[in-house]
Design a protein around this ligand. Structure first.
Ligand code: PLP
Length: 444
């Protein structure tokens, strides 16, 4: 049915890489396939299952909403659950005053663009190279990766990209004084790129000096993933707007929020006849609001932010200790449970030929030699951090245990060791992937 009615290419991808195991159940950080086999999920639905899959508190909250027969989405009233969730979110960012709810990450970005333009009266939006902010037209205009943009242009006018970590380029862009906002992920999701020391503080300061709003896209990094409620807290930065989505949903009911300073909000909603000048029909629906409240409860009660910091450090230390052992393992970086594992071209002649064979077929293919055996032999689901990259990204649920962490480290150790053996099973897989890539290119 999926091939016939939906995305056939996705079905082909899953078959090619052997991920077509038909998952049947999810619990916490684990998935179970049709044979009852357990997998450790280091992808967590692109980061939506911060509290893990099917958390009982979340299920209870959602069931309670349904059982209560609340009126829901009257639209010409105000929702109590939305008020509660807004207050709970703002308690984490005392310097912000207002919340605007949305249905997804991209919708949060779209809203932020409108709020920023309206509040400043300026058209420009600056984002970073390699940024990912979503795939709707406005958000896409801010994306730093050509593969997403190509073929869809022209996109939103007056958008501009600067290199991440380049303050001089940012200052040049802002000096036109036509820039409404600078939007940045504190840690870039595509590639797990870390901000240089002082970059985010200095960027926020530049924004303030040039009358530009500083928007933190914490859609992936927020809600405890990096070991703080917001990743920006690691660098003591107070943005003008914060975007949240993904994990706020509990993984069940899409839910996002734009948190901002009062004057920005009040410029958009400044008169009674403009009370609905921006909005989205489903945004404050009761199930989404209840999911958000329950998610924040679980994060607090189970001390998941502390757990993310601790277990993330355990994985990171374990993986960092492997770097000296393997010439193709270059770097392990990240914060909390947002971890990038970067590979690079080998120096030894023995491995060089095999690496180039793969990379000529398809840039970034090497990482599949790690993720596929991790899945098949160690029952670990992971992903490459972006198109053509040599970095694998881990963004598991924040409920990871020490045992899970040790399983991750030991499994990577074993698979990376295999990738350094030529000839060997891993490189036979490499040859198969090269054949598939060649066939796909021919078909295309
Ligand atoms: C940093 C960031 N911003 C925005 C988005 C877009 O969110 P959504 O897929 O919910 O539209 C994502 C999704 O991966 C993201 O990681």
């Amino acid at each position: 049915m999926h091939s016939r009615h939906l995305n056939e290419q996705m079905v082909r991808v899953l078959r090619t890489i052997g991920y077509d195991v038909r998952f049947r159940r999810g619990k916490g950080q684990y998935l179970f396939d049709s044979n009852g086999e357990r997998y450790l999920d280091l992808l967590s639905g692109f980061g939506v299952f911060g509290i893990g899959r099917n958390h009982p508190a979340l299920r209870e909250a959602l069931t309670n909403v349904l059982d209560s027969e609340f009126p829901n989405l009257v639209q010409l009233d105000v929702s109590t659950l939305a008020g509660i969730l807004a207050e709970r979110l703002l308690a984490h960012v005392p310097y912000l005053d207002k919340v605007f709810f949305v249905n997804s990450g991209a919708e949060a970005v779209e809203a932020a663009i409108k709020f920023a333009r309206m509040a400043t009266g300026r058209p420009g939006i600056v984002s970073c190279d390699h940024a990912f902010h979503g795939l709707t037209n406005g958000a896409l205009s801010l994306n730093g990766d050509g593969i997403f943009r190509n073929g869809f242009e022209p996109l939103l006018p007056d958008t501009q990209r600067v290199p991440f970590n380049d303050l001089a380029a940012l200052e040049r862009a802002l000096s036109s004084r036509k820039v409404a906002a600078f939007i940045v992920e504190p840690i870039q999701g595509k590639g797990v790129n870390m901000p240089a020391d002082g970059y985010l503080q200095a960027a926020a300061e530049l924004c303030r000096r040039h009358g530009t709003l500083f928007i933190a896209d914490e859609i992936q990094t927020g809600l405890g993933r990096t070991g703080r409620f917001l990743a920006l807290e690691h660098w003591n930065v107070e943005p003008d707007m914060v975007l949240l989505a993904k994990a706020l949903s509990g993984g069940h009911v899409p839910c996002g929020a734009v948190l901002m300073r009062r004057p920005i909000f009040e410029r958009m909603f400044d008169r009674m006849d403009r009370a609905v000048v921006h909005g989205s029909t489903f945004a404050k629906n009761d199930l989404a609001m209840a999911a958000g409240i329950a998610t924040l409860d679980v994060i607090a009660q189970e001390r998941l932010i502390e757990n993310a910091a601790r277990t993330g450090e355990r994985i990171m230390q374990g993986l960092k200790a492997l770097v000296p052992n393997y010439e193709m393992l270059r770097e392990v970086r990240g914060k909390g449970l947002m971890i990038g594992i970067e590979f690079g071209a080998p120096d030894s002649f023995r491995l060089k030929a095999s690496w180039s064979l793969l990379e000529t077929a398809n840039k970034g293919l090497f990482c599949q030699l790690i993720t596929i055996p991790l899945f098949k032999d160690h029952k670990i689901l992971s992903q490459v951090a972006g198109h053509g990259l040599h970095t694998i990204k881990l963004i598991p649920a924040l409920v990871m245990t020490d045992q899970d962490c040790d399983h991750v480290v030991n499994s990577f150790d074993s698979v990376i060791a295999g990738s350094h053996r030529v000839p060997g099973a891993v490189w036979s897989l490499g040859k198969t992937l090269v054949t598939h890539a060649a066939r796909a290119r021919k078909a295309g």
